[in-house]
Design a protein around this ligand. Structure first.
Ligand SMILES: Cc1cc2nc3c(=O)[nH]c(=O)nc-3n(C[C@H](O)[C@H](O)[C@H](O)COP(=O)(O)O)c2cc1C
Length: 293
């Protein structure tokens, strides 16, 4: 594996503080074991018109629209992260497998520890990829053929058969599945009588999606052999334990980091006390226990 990234521990999820190196470095100083960058495309992209963020029912709705500087421009931030010796997972997205191959090749030169394929942003056209086993397979295969790095496939709970999608990614050579991206959602302003987000539809994250993420991780771990990286609504050490028991080898944290950057160290100390009390030495001993993995 590039830089010997271990698929364990607690990582900063993609898109959260993830465009500038300085904020990602702050996350690791607060205990994150690795950081996933904002998803980067071939060329710069402005994203959706505002508002791009709103809150709803204890969660966050976003329709940022994959705002990013483009892969060539992002080299500067990657350089700073490498200098700070931080394990970085480069998240990328593309419209076609050919484009993904080009971005992945350019990205590999920046020496990330792994590449995460965003196949699943629910408020962009790429969201279709992880609704189709064929497209998922084509994109994963293109990335795997383009680079020697581990490739992770990030999938959506919005697909009706996300286990089949996960399986297609595994068969195409993915080294891990990242589940889940945000859940399609919407908020309507009752005074203006129209959707709040500029893009109308967005992706829900934070505590309300936690049970959905647990279910997805659990289902995937029943069928797949590759590691699963759990993400979605984790905001406490209890949530982290639940995710591990469902089958997650590593956990990414997004929305909860916005409220509390020290969440990583808090989760780690809670998990370690829990393991001690239960007589375990390491999280690897409890992964998938709830499903008999
Ligand atoms: C503001 C915002 C931006 C995001 N941008 C990305 C992105 O660029 N690429 C991606 O794969 N996921 C992106 N996500 C999804 C998160 O990485 C994560 O999968 C999701 O928020 C669920 O985790 P959480 O509930 O811990 O936030 C974004 C989420 C938020 C809230």
């Amino acid at each position: 594996m590039g830089d010997q990234l271990k698929i364990s521990g607690y990582w900063l999820a993609s898109g959260i503080l993830g465009v500038t190196a300085s904020t990602m470095i702050r996350a690791t100083k607060s205990g994150a074991d690795a950081v996933v960058t904002k998803s980067i495309g071939l060329v710069s992209r402005k994203g959706h018109p505002g508002p791009v963020l709103t809150s709803s029912h204890g969660g966050l709705l976003n329709a940022v629209g994959l705002t990013n500087p483009g892969i060539d421009e992002f080299a500067n931030e990657m350089h700073l992260l490498k200098e700070a010796k931080i394990p970085v997972i480069l998240s990328i997205f593309g419209d076609t497998p050919e484009e993904i191959a080009i971005i992945a090749e350019k990205g590999e030169k920046m020496k990330p520890s792994a590449i995460e394929l965003n196949l699943s942003c629910p408020h962009a056209t790429i969201s279709q990829i992880s609704h189709s086993t064929k497209l998922t397979s084509n994109f994963v295969q293109a990335a795997k053929e383009a680079v020697h790095l581990p490739v992770f496939a990030k999938i959506t709970p919005n697909a009706s058969d996300y286990v089949a999608i996960g399986k297609a990614a595994e068969e195409a050579g993915a080294d891990a599945i990242v589940a889940i991206n945000t859940v399609r959602g919407m908020k309507i302003d009752i005074h203006q009588m129209r959707p709040v987000l500029g893009n109308r539809v967005g992706g829900l994250s934070g505590p309300p999606i936690f049970p959905i993420a647990v279910r997805c991780v659990y289902d995937l771990s029943q069928t797949l052999s590759i590691p699963i990286i759990g993400v979605g609504g984790v905001s406490s050490w209890q949530d982290a334990i639940e995710m591990h028991l469902a089958g997650a080898s590593a956990i990414q944290i997004g929305t909860a980091v916005m409220d509390d950057l020290t969440i990583f160290s808090k989760i780690k100390s809670g998990v370690s006390s829990y393991l001690g009390e239960k007589g375990y030495r390491d999280t690897s001993e409890i992964i998938g226990l709830a499903g008999g993995r």
